[in-house]
Design a protein around this ligand. Structure first.
Ligand code: IDP
Ligand code: MG
Length: 143
C-alpha cells in the first residue's frame, strides 16, 4: 500500500515502478480513502499501542493506493523493497531509506507474513477484483 503521505507526495508511480521492475506482478490495485472501520481491522494487531489512534487517523486521512502483489517470496521481497519501519534504520535503496524520515510517515505498508497478506487482501479486495494472468517476462525473471 502507498499510504496517504506517499500519494500526497506524488510517489505512487515511484513505488509501483520499484515493484514492477523487481519482477513482482501486480494483480489488483485501487486508490481509495480507507474507512475508519477498515483501518481498525487492517491494523488490529496494533490496537493496544500508544500510536494506534494517530496511525488510524493518518491512514484514513486521504487516498491511499492498495495493491495485491504476487511473485516468488512476495512477502519477504516486498518487506525488503519497503525497508525498516523506522526510516532512520531503513537501508539506502529501500523506499523508506530513500524517501522517508519519520516512522509515522513511512510512505508504504506491506503485509508481514503470507497469513497477514491473506487477511489484509480480504479487507481491501473482493476475489473478482484480483486478476489472474502471466507476465510475458516470467521466463526471464524465473529460472
Ligand atoms: P510495518 O509498517 O513496517 O509493518 P508496524 O510495526 O506493523 O510496521 O507498524 C505499522 C505502522 O505503524 C508503521 O508503518 C508506522 O507507520 C506506524 N508505527 C509503528 N511504530 C510506530 C511508533 O513507534 N510511532 C509512530 N508510528 C509507528
Ligand atoms: Mg506491520
Amino acid at each position: 500500500m502507498v499510504k496517504p503521505d506517499g500519494v500526497q507526495r506524488g510517489l505512487v508511480g515511484e513505488v509501483i515502478s520499484r515493484i514492477e521492475r523487481r519482477g513482482l506482478k501486480i494483480t489488483a490495485i485501487r486508490m481509495n480513502t480507507i474507512s475508519y472501520e477498515m483501518a481498525k481491522k487492517h491494523y488490529a494487531e496494533h490496537a493496544q499501542k500508544p500510536f494506534f489512534k494517530s496511525l488510524i487517523d493518518f491512514i484514513t486521512s486521504g487516498p491511499s493506493v492498495s495493491m495485491v502483489v504476487e511473485g516468488k517470496n512476495a512477502v519477504s521481497v516486498m518487506r525488503a523493497i519497503n525497508g525498516a519501519t523506522n526510516p532512520v534504520n531503513a537501508a539506502t535503496g529501500t523506499i523508506r531509506g530513500d524517501l522517508a524520515l519519520d516512522t509515522g510517515r513511512n510512505v508504504v505498508h506491506a503485509s508481514d507474513s503470507p497469513e497477514s497478506a491473506d487477511r489484509e487482501i480480504g479487507i481491501h479486495f473482493k476475489d473478482l477484483e484480483i486478476s489472474e494472468y502471466s507476465r510475458i517476462d516470467e521466463t526471464c525473471i524465473y529460472e
